[in-house]
Design a protein around this ligand. Structure first.
Ligand SMILES: NC(=O)C1=CN([C@@H]2O[C@H](COP(=O)(O)OP(=O)(O)OC[C@H]3O[C@@H](n4cnc5c(N)ncnc54)[C@H](OP(=O)(O)O)[C@@H]3O)[C@@H](O)[C@H]2O)[C@@H](O)CC1
Ligand SMILES: [K+]
Length: 520
């Protein structure tokens, strides 16, 4: 499991390591610079670096080993700039021509950053950042962005934006975080469209901003360097105090008959609106539910029967008919919402489903029904999983959605934690950066980014498949929390495994390959 840290948590981890005598700030800064240089040299030489790399680097461009190598290092006023001075020194030692530029007054540099500034002065000059727009410095040169890291607190100054734009065509390495990117929210604190880094080297653990929102686009590829904290992990924090990356549960099956692997009921809409429920049902069956039944209005029976084989079908006329189906105690997981419809009888049926107390995925139209009806919302219980996309989330939690857009210390993980606490069940806020939280505050991110990027996952019906995966896993007895993170993880993996050209129907069909890979 990889923990994802906020800036404040990273600072606390560093401070604790220093306070307990584990490592000094200067040693960490040296290790940080050294990690970045190792990654740069590996990139330039086209070899695998010592750091594991998430995502794809383009071929190093502009320079060859034969023509020599040059870099400009852009240093900021804090410790990110301090890392920059270390990088300048180590690249110089490796034979590179290095020019260093500084934002602000050198006299204002403090602590370890100042120490490394002084070391650099034994090697070369430091020029004002505003000088770094001339062709003299920036032609075909590697740009090392050490302006701001986890300490960025506000929009970028103009001079920084101008230099970043002027160096847009250079190969670019960002130290810790691309300057301008908020390490907690993954949003860019600039009105301008800043050039992305090709490689970002962060330290100890990825930060939330590397995976949320624009983070992956701005970072390019992501490498994580140890700075002497490996043995300490995330102390003084405990695992449940930090957000983690989504990981799948163990999905190996025990022997048994079909009902010992659970029975999922997927509710469908009326005539001509059954596709979404069929996608969900297929996903639930593929992920291993022993049996899956679609419940549809009587008029839609023929349409569904013509399209289904292994999936069973039951007519659900009124709420009484639904209650009769729910009398079957073997049905242990429900999926409602995809193509369900918004009429009054649908709200009554949703109420009956919730009242049954079974594990239930609430998606799509069912979320819209919830957002309009306080009684329905009040019937949610701890075995529910809500799977809103951004629009549905804003309808369900308008205040939280507003806070996410407007309040700097409210990143998506905080917002989803608050939403889960509010409704008392697991919430899956979908996106390329899906965030999942439970009411106790446990939270993970499933990012379809870097080596798991799957832009073709944004396709009609993809969300219906996710709902079905989670319902199928809950039918197998997986807890709502684990089903949500495993479902989201499998959804991305199936899309990555299938590749471009994917449509929603392909996702369940690709699942066996993914399941075989994780079993082997
Ligand atoms: N701690 C450690 O031991 C280690 C830390 N490490 C490295 O340190 C980085 C964190 O360092 P950091 O905390 O000094 O923050 P950093 O990103 O350099 O910026 C802070 C400075 O920028 C300023 N500032 C902020 N926003 C601004 C704006 N928009 N426009 C203008 N100014 C702005 C802010 O000024 P202030 O807000 O106080 O006015 C302050 O002067 C981290 O990312 C990693 O690279 C590694 O070496 C490992 C060991
Ligand atoms: K930076």
């Amino acid at each position: 499991m990889t923990e994802l840290l906020t800036s404040a948590q990273m600072r606390a981890i560093e401070a604790d390591a220093i306070a307990t005598g584990h490592v000094s700030g200067l040693e960490m800064m040296e290790a940080a610079g050294s990690g970045v240089v190792a990654a740069i040299l590996a990139w330039r030489d086209g070899r695998d670096g010592p750091l594991s790399l998430h995502g794809k680097l383009p071929r190093f461009f502009g320079q060859t080993v034969e023509t020599g190598a040059s870099a400009v290092v852009l240093c900021g006023p804090g410790n990110n700039g301090g890392d920059g001075f270390v990088i300048g020194r180590l690249l110089h030692r490796a034979g590179w021509a290095v020019e260093v530029f500084l934002l602000g007054d050198p006299e204002a540099l403090r602590g370890d950053a100042r120490t490394n500034y002084e070391h650099w002065l034994e090697i070369g000059d430091v020029r004002p950042l505003s000088d770094c727009t001339s062709d003299r410095w920036i032609k075909q040169t590697l740009v090392v962005d050490a302006l701001f890291g986890t300490g960025l607190t506000r929009h970028l100054p103009d001079v920084v934006e101008n230099v970043l734009m002027a160096t847009a065509n250079c190969p670019r390495v960002a130290v810790d975080v691309p300057s301008g990117l908020c390490a907690d929210r993954g949003v860019v604190l600039s009105e301008r469209s800043l050039p992305a880094a090709h490689l970002t080297v962060t330290f100890h653990r990825p930060k939330l901003g590397h995976l949320l929102a624009d983070g992956p686009t701005q970072c390019g590829a992501l490498a994580v360097a140890d700075i002497g904290l490996a043995a300490r992990g995330i102390a003084p924090f405990k695992h449940d105090q930090v957000v983690s990356e989504a990981v799948p549960s163990d999905l190996r099956k025990q022997q048994g008959h079909k009902y010992s692997h659970g029975h999922a009921l997927v509710l469908s809409g009326g005539v001509g609106r059954g596709g979404a429920a069929r996608l969900a049902a297929r996903a639930a069956l593929r992920v291993g539910a022993g049996a899956v039944t679609i419940g549809c209005p009587p008029a839609a029976m023929i349409e569904n029967a013509a399209q289904l084989n292994a999936i069973m079908l039951q007519a659900v006329g009124d709420v009484g008919a639904l209650d009769a189906i729910l009398d079957d105690s073997r049905i242990n997981a429900l999926c409602v919402g995809p193509g369900f419809g918004l009429s009054e009888d649908r709200a009554d049926k949703l109420h009956a489903l919730l009242k049954s107390g079974r594990a239930a995925v609430i998606d799509a139209d069912a979320l819209t029904l919830l957002s309009k009806d306080a009684d329905l919302r009040g019937a949610l219980h701890g075995k529910c999983v809500l799977t809103p996309h951004a629009g549905e989330f804003a309808r369900l939690f308008p205040d939280l959605a507003d806070a996410m857009d407007s309040t700097p210390d409210r990143n998506k993980t905080e917002i989803v934690r608050m939403a889960a606490a509010d409704v008392g069940c697991v919430v899956v806020f979908k996106g390329a950066d899906t965030v999942i939280a439970d009411p106790t505050g446990t939270c993970c991110v499933n990012a379809s980014a870097y080596h798991r990027a799957a832009p073709w996952l944004a396709t009609a019906g993809s969300g219906d498949v996710l709902a079905g995966l989670i319902a199928g896993l809950m039918a197998r007895g997986v807890t709502p929390w684990d089903a949500a993170q495993t479902g989201a993880w499998l959804h991305t993996e199936s899309a990555v495994s299938f590749g471009p050209g994917l449509i929603a129907e392909d996702l369940p069909e690709e699942l066996p390959n993914v399941l075989q890979n994780i079993a082997s």
